[in-house]
Design a protein around this ligand. Structure first.
Ligand code: MRU
Length: 369
């Protein structure tokens, strides 16, 4: 995607030193564009945990590159043992996005299968990290083409009038390697000349919508409006939302959607108002084991400080201010689960399916047990 006209991915190997992974440090957006170098497993773990990088796909890609860095730094005679330890360290950083464990396990499997010695193992670790990243970008591009058909139909039904789409959090290209999941159909529609307008939920407490989704849509020239988190229901009641598209951090093979806190309330409002509610995801975000998302998806609880304080720009400087009484405790549940019955459909790289076991396994028959 473009930043001031220059194409970027969210993660890459440094051109003149492929032992260094470079990321966009998202904590500074939208006010500052900062590129950070990651050189050790500790750097990678901190970048995921403290949300320099975030979003399911990008967390997975970062873990993939993290395992490559782990291999580079591991002793040649105990590489696999060291990688198992480093993999556990990376997996422990954030619990909800299933892409994290998926990428670590994919690397462990690929590297363990090498029988050509240390250099061959490093080579495979690097190649696998790149494949995970390239696949993420490719799957997002492809799901965008499938999601485009939904927007196209609504546009036709409205005789080419603006299609209003509501999205929550940031499931944009910043949450992946490129394109994004929820945003990929939007970018595809915009490129086709279909008139769209995006309602961007601010997404407290970390404000990924207000800070990140608004920024990337703006960079791409897509018309959008930032709204406070509780506005969506009112807009739906007044016919101002044609479609909701969200991303997800973990969707069960039965169609329950784990996503940023507040998604469930949007889905309830959408159901009550007859607004289609779609979730877009590459297959790396399916959990092929969990059946009951509400009961089983691990919900990350972050520091209450993120609720009590808010960050912004004042007089050209980034400042943090306290919102609440100093002593009030705050709870910070980072995700919730929307049951499949509230989800109109899932948009994947293989096509669109019903949010149900039959629907999902119909697209991914190789996952049938
Ligand atoms: O806490 P984050 O920023 O890592 O959460 C991820 C998200 O941005 C959303 O939940 C998103 O909709 C799904 S990630 C593709």
């Amino acid at each position: 995607m473009n930043i001031d006209g220059k194409h970027y991915r969210t993660i890459w190997l440094k051109e003149d030193d492929p032992g260094i992974v470079q990321i966009i440090d998202q904590r500074h957006l939208p006010h500052k564009f900062v590129i950070e170098d990651l050189k050790t497993v500790d750097d990678v773990a901190a970048a995921i945990k403290d949300m320099h990088v975030r979003g399911a796909g990008l967390i997975g890609a970062t873990a993939g590159f993290g395992m490559y860095i782990a291999a580079l730094n591991a002793p040649a005679d105990s590489l696999l043992t060291q990688l198992a330890t480093d993999g556990e360290q990376l997996k422990a950083t954030r619990p909800t996005a299933v892409n994290l464990a998926w990428a670590v396990d994919r690397q462990l499997e690929a590297i363990s299968a090498v029988d050509g010695g240390y250099q061959a193992q490093i080579k495979v670790a690097r190649e696998t990290a790149q494949i995970i990243a390239d696949e993420d970008a490719d799957f997002c591009r492809r799901l965008g083409e499938h999601g485009l058909s939904i927007i196209q139909k609504i546009s036709e039904a409205k005789n080419g009038e603006v299609v209003n789409i509501l999205t929550h959090c940031n499931a944009g290209w910043l949450a992946f390697v490129d394109y994004g999941s929820a945003t990929a159909p939007m970018y595809a529609a915009h490129e086709k000349g279909i008139k769209i307008h995006i309602w961007v939920d601010e997404t407290r407490p970390r404000n990924q919508g207000a800070r990140l989704t608004a920024w990337e849509l703006g960079q791409h020239g897509v018309p959008h409006t930032v709204i406070a988190d509780n506005v969506g229901g009112h807009l739906m009641q007044h016919g101002l939302v044609d479609l909701v598209i969200t991303g997800t951090d973990r969707t069960t093979y039965t169609g329950d959607v784990g996503n940023k806190i507040g998604t469930y309330l949007k889905a309830l409002a959408a159901k009550d108002n007859g607004v289609p509610f779609y979730t877009a995801l590459p297959s790396s975000t399916f959990d092929w084991v969990m059946r009951d998302g509400v009961k089983e998806v691990p919900i990350e609880q972050r520091d209450g400080r993120e609720v009590k304080y808010i960050q912004g720009k004042h007089d050209g400087e980034i400042k943090e201010v306290l919102l609440t009484p100093e002593d009030s405790p705050a709870a910070n549940y980072a995700f919730d689960v929307t049951p499949s019955r509230l989800v109109t459909g899932l948009i994947t790289e293989r096509g669109i399916c019903e949010a149900s076991e039959d629907g999902v396994l119909g697209l991914y028959p190789e996952k049938k047990k």
